[in-house]
Design a protein around this ligand. Structure first.
Ligand code: URA
Length: 433
């Protein structure tokens, strides 16, 4: 088989056979197909799409390109959760202990941040001494013992996706529904959970800019999950502004603790209750979302969810006192106010721009091996619907005062979309597929 023929066939919009798809995936992993041909093929997929059958074949071939984790040594229905990426999205830090406190075992592998979006593993590593690398047996034993563990994704989960994604990132071929769906689902399938909850974001800070695109992506992923026997549910959620108020690694851990204490911003709390509700139903711990909500609220009110976070931190080598005293987390030297340039109502906050501003002061990395500063980030004061006057504080930058901070502050001001009249209310959860 020749790669050039497969590229031509895809360019013409014809359906590839399973054999042709496996040829592409294995060539990507072994390096027998050069990057320029893989990129040309990805671009052909971007333009001509894939049938459901092709997308399912691609997903399975990528899932099987490396380790496929067997979680059967862990008791109970294991439910995984995945967000398609956002800014200020610290839901895993909240949901993992929260649903574990309600009886759903969480054996979660998470990623690091790259570009403007944060990663759960970087956030957890802002907790002094927290270990995100556990041996397989230790990982399983911890979940059986305390119900929850969150670790870094092993280097050998879906290596085909890792290579393909890196190429897509630099060849303008990320934004393709079959490519995103197969990329996400290959990792979820390889990670071994019985059921999968997807949080598909749309808006300024997401790959999918509209709800309609997000629904299409969600349907593609649910179809793949169903096809391979994993119950999959997708919530379509808003990313037209960052989630919650704090963006940055230690800041996001702090806000997660606020929610687990029964405090914190309403949007983040509501999203966690809704996503957690689906996880409890998927995990067989609630008959429906109403019952699930009651259990989740009880775990927040009793302190059981916060205690579960403390237990997870202790089991993974960190100081569990952080769960009760978040001031033990790294803190930036300064908290610099960012004033509004004009009067108006906040209509939206470009989440990508806020993520880039946080990255600029050191919260994220531009390249894989960059060091990050756990303490820095952005604290949003004004959110959508709020009325501000010129000079009011829109946000605080947690950073050292220097030229980078000044550029980041200007970027934050530009990220705010202000209008003369109050904006219409927008639902946080747009649909469930
Ligand atoms: N997240 C992924 O894991 N893959 C994509 O292609 C896009 C977002």
């Amino acid at each position: 088989m020749r790669m050039v023929d497969v590229i031509r066939k895809k360019r013409a919009g014809d359906e590839l056979t399973a054999e042709e798809i496996r040829f592409v995936v294995s060539g990507v992993v072994t390096g027998t197909i050069p990057d320029y041909q893989t990129s040309a093929w990805a671009m052909a997929v971007c333009f001509t799409g894939m049938t459901d059958r092709e997308t399912a074949e691609l997903t399975l071939a990528m899932a099987r390109s490396g380790d496929v984790v067997d979680l059967s040594a862990i008791r109970g229905v294991k439910v995984d959760k995945h967000s398609t990426g956002g800014v200020g999205d610290k839901t895993t830090l909240i949901l993992a202990p929260l649903v574990a406190a309600c009886g759903v075992p969480v054996a979660k592998m998470s990623g690091r941040g790259l570009g403007h979006t944060g990663g759960t593993i970087d956030k957890l590593e802002s907790i002094p001494d927290f270990r995100t690398e556990l041996a397989r047996d230790e990982f399983f034993a911890q979940v059986n013992d305390i119900g929850v563990a969150v670790i870094g994704q092993s280097g050998n989960i879906a290596p085909a996706d890792k290579k393909l994604y890196a190429l897509r990132d630099v060849t303008g071929t990320v934004e393709s529904i079959p490519l995103i769906a197969s990329s996400v689902m290959s990792k979820k399938i390889a990670a071994g959970a019985d059921a999968i909850l997807l949080d598909v974001k749309f808006g300024s800070g997401a790959f999918m800019k509209t709800a309609a695109e997000a629904i299409e992506l969600a349907q593609a992923m649910v179809a793949i999950g169903t096809e391979v026997g994993r119950t999959t549910v997708a919530a379509i959620t808003d990313m037209d502004q960052p989630l919650g108020n704090l963006i940055g690694n230690a800041l996001e851990v702090r806000e997660a603790i606020d929610i687990l204490r029964g405090e914190g911003p309403a949007d983040l709390r509501e999203l966690c209750l809704a996503l957690g509700g689906h996880m409890l139903v998927l995990g067989g711990q609630a008959a429906d979302e109403d019952e699930a909500r009651g259990k989740l609220l009880a775990a927040l009110e009793s302190g059981a969810a916060l205690a579960k976070l403390g237990a997870m931190i202790a089991a993974q080598g960190g100081d569990p006192a952080v769960a009760r005293q978040p001031e033990l987390l790294p803190q930036a030297k300064e908290r610099l106010p960012v004033p509004a340039a004009a009067d108006g109502y906040v209509h939206g906050i470009d989440a990508e721009a806020i993520g880039l501003a946080a990255m600029r002061v050191g919260a994220g990395r531009a390249a894989k091996d960059d060091a990050i500063d756990y303490a820095v980030g952005v604290e949003l004061i004004a959110k959508r619907g709020d009325r501000v006057r010129a000079g009011d504080t829109l946000a605080y930058l947690h950073a050292r005062e220097n030229d980078e901070a000044a550029c980041a502050a200007a970027q934050i001001v530009r990220a705010y979309e202000l209008g003369a009249a109050a904006p219409a209310a927008a639902p946080l959860i747009y649909a469930v597929v």
